[in-house]
Design a protein. Structure first.
Length: 380
């Protein structure tokens, strides 16, 4: 795929910073924007036909896609397949996610992501390890036989320098404050998830280094009027970042609106929790020896437990813009700029600006994906 050098866009809505312009000319070299000229017209460029040109989407929770589940195929090739499946829907950077598994699988996944980044597989920016240091009471689809405590050998493994970001979802009540502080000091991005923490335990976890919450509302202690739980702690803490699965299945529209009003676009991140079914038809796949069926895009086991989703980021943006007070620019920020800042990649990605990686997504007027570019190269 040949990357563009200079490309004009017109007759649409182009998000440059906080401004929306109807035309722009973008220039890139070596995969980064070198010039961004808002309001510049190039009649030979791309007619957006009333659509949107936005920064490429960044998804911090991607279990699989294109028929591949990371847990079942821990390899750089598998990561490339997953990334290509999500690029069809505008995701230009992602954190492949390993669901609760054995220590050997964690080590292999970390090495596979290093290899993928070294090989410049488009879109791979790190690894999200979801579990196994979680609550059995809030395990969701995670295999209870694989849930384990965090020991010194695993702390050492997680703290080793890596080519990309390392993100870890855990239950704060299951990990000591000392261990949390050690991981955070080594640069591991800590999130609370699959947790039955009390409000007080959640607060203590945030104080010890947890900065995010994985799929807010799902698989965590709920907000009750006498026991605010993890949900209450996450909503009240202005510094905490929250992932949100906006698919109409995991979270009801009023709960999305509550999160939107409490956290806003600078602390909410749209995530897919995508499974192998992203980009595929309904069918089935296997997770830890258990069959997961996909019907109407909903992934669940035989007992009806949700197992990730078939959601893509363009659909998440559409859903958020339709069912909450967030407009398209705000939803775009939740899908790009905010996850970039959460990952510490905002000097690299998340905006259309000189010096940043030339990642773009073109959505039509109905917010369906038309094209995306990773480092200036077309991916659809």
């Amino acid at each position: 795929m040949t990357a563009f050098r200079t490309l004009g866009f017109h007759n649409g809505h182009i998000l440059i910073g906080d401004a929306i312009v109807d035309a722009a000319v973008l220039t890139q070299a070596d995969g980064r924007f070198t010039a961004v000229e808002p309001h510049a017209h190039d009649t030979d460029g791309i007619d957006l036909q009333g659509g949107w040109l936005l920064p490429g989407f960044i998804d911090v929770q991607v279990n699989g896609g294109g028929g591949v589940l990371l847990n079942n195929d821990i390899s750089a090739d598998a990561l490339g397949t997953i990334a290509r499946a999500h690029a069809r829907f505008g995701t230009t950077a992602l954190m492949p996610t390993l669901i609760t598994d054995a220590p050997a699988a964690i080590a292999a996944a970390l090495d596979a992501v290093d290899a993928a980044i070294e090989a410049r597989v488009p879109g791979i920016v790190g690894l999200h390890i979801e579990g196994p240091f979680i609550s059995a009471a809030r395990k969701g689809i995670h295999d209870p036989a694989l849930i384990r405590p965090l020991d010194p050998a695993l702390i050492e493994l997680l703290c080793r320098p890596r080519r990309g970001r390392v993100m870890l979802t855990l239950a704060p009540e299951a990990v000591s404050a000392e261990a949390l502080a050690t991981l955070a000091a080594a640069g591991v991005i800590l999130c609370a998830g699959h947790t039955n923490a009390t409000f007080e335990q959640a607060q203590a976890g945030f104080a010890a280094g947890i900065s995010g919450v994985t799929h807010l509302y799902n698989a965590m202690s709920p907000l009750l009027h006498r026991a605010p739980g993890m949900v209450g702690a996450a909503l009240l803490n202005d510094a905490v970042w929250c992932g949100l699965i906006a698919d109409g299945v995991h979270v009801a529209a009023p709960a999305l609106e509550i999160a939107w009003r409490m956290k806003g676009p600078d602390r909410l991140m749209l995530v897919t929790d995508g499974m192998p079914s992203v980009g595929m038809r309904d069918g089935s796949f296997t997770l830890n020896g258990r069959e997961i069926t996909v019907q109407g895009g909903v992934c669940q086991d035989t007992e009806g437990t949700l197992a990730g989703s078939s959601l893509n980021m363009a659909a998440a943006l559409r859903h958020m813009a339709k069912h909450t007070g967030a407009d398209v620019p705000a939803a775009s920020r939740m899908a790009s700029g905010t996850p970039a800042r959460f990952l510490g990649l905002d000097a690299e990605r998340g905006r259309i600006a000189p010096g940043l990686v030339a990642d773009l997504v073109w959505l039509d007027a109905a917010l369906n994906p038309v094209q995306c570019w990773i480092g200036g190269a077309p991916m659809i």
